[in-house]
Every structure is written in structure tokens, then in C-alpha cells.
Ligand binder design. Sequence first.
Ligand code: ATP
Ligand code: MG
Length: 322
Amino acid sequence: MSHKKFEDVPFAFFTVSKDGKVKYANFQAELLMDEMSAFGIRRFGEFLLGKINGDNLVFKTPRGTYGIKVINSRKDYEFFVIALDEFNQPLGDIMDISSLQHEIKNPLTVIDGTAQIIAAKAKNEYIEKCAGIIQKESGRIKSILGNIHMLSEMTVTFDEVDLESFINELRDSIKIVYSKIEVRFRVLRNLTVIRADREKLFMALSNILKNACEAQGEGDIEVEVSIDPTIKYMDKEMDRACSMLRIVISDSGPGMDEQVMERLFTPFFTTKNRGTGLGLIIAKEAIDKHHGRIEVNSVKGKGTDFLVYIPSRIHPASGRQN
Ligand SMILES: Nc1ncnc2c1ncn2[C@@H]1O[C@H](COP(=O)(O)OP(=O)(O)OP(=O)(O)O)[C@@H](O)[C@H]1O
Ligand SMILES: [Mg+2]
């Protein structure tokens, strides 16, 4: 069967042999495989077969939700993998996040206030403890709402960011919470200034660093900041191709298995008792807005590297760096 007619269709099309090898992938399929390999799923054919054999025909990536459709399984398996548009819409287009937030916050404030009164008037420790739990959990809901709101309305404003003060602030903010961790930054290529949205980049790196600290518990976490000259970004504003700034955050925690890697950027996915499962989604949204990307390499039992790339948009004429 000729696959030429599938070359430019707006969905991913694959032919996969029964032993899990991808025999044909159209343009959209290549994009999808690139996206998945950034999350450690390099044998995409085997991944698809696993889904089909487990009768699990829907999977998610940070870009959207995909449905798998088998269109021919006589000699080879042939798959449609089609993006389900309704799932791909930004959350903000489906519902008005601000009003939803408002509707939930109002009763939450009442719950929190009432719990405070109960705690103040409690005649025994147990009641006081229960009221404390209600307050803590309603605080958690508030922070989830805040994160969802931020995700739905994230905008970036680029400015020149002094790298040294940025790094110091990041290191200090981590140290306050994770006192047994030392974050060691290594800055290569004489970088002194980067162009970014300071607050959003801080938030992204801070979320990744927090995960590294929580995974490792104590000791050193390495962060290397450099320029990757091999990857270029076409900066239309500056009308030139620029290199990518690369920030690698390495921990020697327990690493992740494939099941966790697969769901890493799924909203609310967490393996932690008190996690919201939004940290990495926020990091990804912030880096996407910088026209960058995040890659993850993890080895179970050894540790994890998060690689953050953003275009290095400082003009060489500024005399500072590329
Ligand atoms: N460096 C890491 N090492 C091991 N597992 C990690 C690492 N980073 C992320 N993970 C896994 O990815 C999951 C999702 O991370 P994410 O930051 O999105 O949410 P969370 O950390 O669980 O919650 P929150 O960020 O709200 O505290 C984590 O629960 C953890 O299982
Ligand atoms: Mg986290």
C-alpha cells in the first residue's frame, strides 16, 4: 500500500510492524515521535503496540490528547494517530477560568474562616488539629486554583536579566526550603546576561529544581548554564538565527521509570503525597512561551537531568555574548 497520500495530512500516520518497529511515519508522525522522545519514549512503535494490546487507545502529551485508530492489521499494523481537537484547545477557551476561580474561592474563604473560628474555640486538641487540617487543605486548593489561573493566562515580557543575581536569588530561595541541599551552578562561556522573562524563567527553573531537591533529599545538585551552538532558533524580531541557552539541572535521586516519564507533563500527575502535579506543566508553559523546550533524561536508580533550552537572544553587538 502506498503511503504517499498520507504525507501531508493533518494527523500522524504510522505503519508499525508486529514486532514494534515503525516502518513508515508521515510528517506529523515524525513530529509526534520527536515530541515523545524528549520524554524518554524512544521506541514509539512498541509504545503504540502496548497501548493497543492494553486496549488503551488514548494517550496524552503536553501538546494534547491523542486517540489511536487501527485501520489495518492484516500483515502489518497500521495506525491512525489523530489529535482530538476538542482536547487540544487551551483550557481557557473551554471555560472561563477567572469566573470558575471566583466561584470556588468564595466558599473556600468561608470554609477557611469557619475552620479558624473552630480552631480558636476548640476545647480539645483533636478538634483543633482537625480544624488545622481543613485550613491547610483549603490553602492547597487555593494554590491549585492560583496555578491553573496562571497557566491559563501566562504571558511573557522579555528583558535583559543579570545572570549572577538571578542565580543567587534562585539558590537562596531553594536553600530556605531545602536546607540539606546545595545547588551548585556552573556558568560556561562567560555568560553574564540573558534575555528572558525573569519571573517566568525563575518559576520554571524553581519548579524543576524543587523536584530535583525532593527526589534527592540531600547533597549537591548541579546546574550548568551554557550555550548550545548546534541548535539554532530563527529570531524573527532580530532577523537572525540565534543559538540556544541551555540549562541542565542534574540530580542523583532515584530517577524515573517509563510509566512516570510518560505522564510527567500530564496535569495533576504526581507521585507525591502533597504534590499538585502542576509544577512541570507550569515550567513547560513558561519555557514554551520563551520559544524553548524541555528535555528529560532519567536513569532509574541513578538520577535525572532536566535540560531547558531557550533562544539566546542577546545581540552579539552588545559585546556581551551570543
Ligand atoms: N527530578 C525528578 N526525579 C524523580 N521524579 C521526578 C523528578 N521531577 C519530577 N518527577 C516526577 O514527576 C512528577 C510530577 O512533577 P510535578 O513537578 O509536575 O508535580 P509534583 O512535584 O508532584 O507536585 P508539585 O510540583 O505541585 O509539588 C512528580 O510527582 C515525580 O514523580
Ligand atoms: Mg513539582
